[in-house]
Design a protein around this ligand. Structure first.
Ligand code: FAD
Length: 463
């Protein structure tokens, strides 16, 4: 028995890569016993194996400049077992072309067995005649890809399993982390203990890593829930248009999966979301159709203002107002596919600390109305991967704060404006106040008419 002082979670280096975890020592004696768990050391530990954490593990594991780094991915949940079937999962995301390039780079794209393509995004306001279309070069290029979350996770995992430097542990929920005093130490709920040079927090919006960093987190709830379901449609044979209608209670969106099948994301009040989940199948179908088709009374001022702007744009020879397109109608939905998720905003004021960085929803969470949430996370991955590679290539370490701060700066420059824009759109559309309805309608008309503005929006959302 060896008496020892314990300043931290970890108490002694006993070999090359092994520590003993102080949490398991009796505090009265502070002595090792035979059942004291050993702590294994990794260069990089990624906490959280969701879409972002798993893709990060794969990307870093494939980075030749980081080839000598041992990486551990800790996921609190059980191992996912995905089998493709006729049934589509109700959880999907719209991925931008930049994210697809990342999947191609890490060879995960070849495992994505199916996806829906969005060639055009048609957005319209229930309280005015304003509408907008987003598409590339007359619908030749794909604006976004609709893919099931489980399929993404499974596809990236297939590639992770081929990597010798990446170890994955499931049922490995991080209970405590002690960070900032190299090495970082993590204690899991299952009693295991690990240490690492660099800890990457990919543990979602309620991040334990973020809490341990003591990062300030600006957040609020939208008092809305996102109702999802897999819908059967009539009149969507080609089905390559994503539809989004802004209702007074929140936007309803249909994201194409395949011929006559789309995924629903309907943001609405918590009370209405509860009703939508509980109502009979026929009532739910009727509610979806009403949300897409109901004619709302348009305020006289708003109607006149949009007509006036339209005429001015015609005189100026700008592209005419978008032609109203008729959405498909809903004729059924997959049983058991209805579910609802709380919607909120969250942003960590710092993404990095000593030997630690946040990635994905752990750093930032946004409203799904623009389909940007996980795309921002995948953008973080590309940036962090490049910067860590550069650090090693330049003879520095992966924990060098200058490099980590470069990651924070680059990503905050991209993420913050996107998040504020999405939050602003939510606020503009979450009201029936006539001056704001008028303002947003004119804004939508002008954005549609001014092609460079529209191009720059598509460009920003795709990067
Ligand atoms: C209705 C809805 C629709 C959306 N649509 C889109 C869209 O179209 N496009 C888009 O880009 N985004 C969309 N999003 C956002 C997107 O779903 C999220 O941005 C994305 O899931 C975040 O991924 P993540 O891996 O960062 O976090 P999460 O998905 O939250 O994953 C975190 C992982 O960490 C694990 N974990 C948590 N705590 C611990 C711990 N202590 N120890 C170990 N593991 C832990 C969890 O088990 C989980 O697997 C949508 C969101 C909602 C709610």
């Amino acid at each position: 028995m060896l008496p020892i002082k314990v300043p931290r979670l970890i108490c002694a280096l006993t070999g090359k890569n092994q520590f003993y975890c102080s949490k398991h020592l009796s505090t009265s004696t502070q002595q090792f016993s035979s059942d004291t768990p050993k702590t294994q050391h990794y260069d990089i530990i990624i906490a959280g194996g969701g879409m972002v954490g798993t893709t990060l593990a794969c990307t870093l594991g494939k980075n030749k400049k980081l080839a000598c780094k041992k990486i551990l991915l800790l996921e609190g949940g059980k191992k996912s077992s995905y089998q493709i079937s006729d049934k589509y999962s109700n959880r999907v995301v719209a991925l931008n072309p930049q994210t697809i390039s990342l999947f191609k780079k890490i060879d995960a794209w070849k495992h994505i067995a199916r996806y829906g393509t969005v060639k055009q995004l048609h957005v319209w306001d229930a309280l005015s005649d304003a509408m907008i279309n987003f598409n590339h070069d007359n619908m030749r290029d794909t604006v976004a890809y609709i893919i099931e979350n489980d399929l993404i996770l499974n596809s990236v995992n297939e590639e992770v399993n081929t990597l010798k430097t990446v170890t994955v542990e499931n049922n490995a929920k991080v209970k405590e982390c002690e960070i900032g005093d190299n090495p970082n130490v993590l204690l899991l709920e299952n009693g295991s203990c690990y240490s690492c040079d660099l800890l990457l927090g990919c543990d979602g919006a309620n991040s334990k890593v973020r809490d341990s960093m003591k990062a300030q987190y600006v957040n609020w709830s939208y008092n809305q829930r996102g109702v999802v379901a897999t819908l059967h449609l009539k009149g969507a044979e080609e089905n390559c248009v994503a539809w989004q209608r802004f209702l007074p209670t929140g936007p309803i969106a249909l994201l194409p999966l395949k011929e006559n099948m789309s995924s629903l994301v309907w943001s609405t009040t918590p009370a209405h979301a509860d009703q939508l989940l509980k109502m009979s199948a026929q009532e739910f179908i009727d509610a979806c159709n009403e949300a897409l088709w109901k004619v709302y009374k348009i305020d006289g001022f708003v109607g006149e203002a949009t007509k006036l702007i339209d005429n001015c744009l015609k005189v100026l020879n700008c592209p005419p107002n978008a032609i109203r397109q008729l959405p498909p109608s809903v004729c059924g939905f997959e049983e058991q596919s209805r579910a609802a998720f709380p919607l909120g905003f969250g942003h960590a004021t710092k993404y990095v600390g000593d030997g630690v960085a946040l990635v994905g929803d752990a750093a930032h969470k946004i409203h799904p109305l623009a389909g940007q949430g996980v795309n921002l996370g995948f953008g973080d991955i590309e940036c962090l991967n490049r910067i860590l590679g550069e650090a090693v290539y330049n003879g520095s370490t992966i924990t060098n704060k200058d490099y980590l701060l470069r990651y924070e700066t680059e990503r905050q420059r991209h993420n913050v404006p996107t998040m504020l824009a999405v939050d602003g759109i939510h606020r503009m559309y979450n009201t029936e106040f006539t001056p704001l309805v008028m303002l947003r309608s004119i804004g939508l008309q002008l954005t549609h008419a001014l092609t460079p503005v529209k191009r720059s929006i598509i460009g920003h959302a795709s990067s």
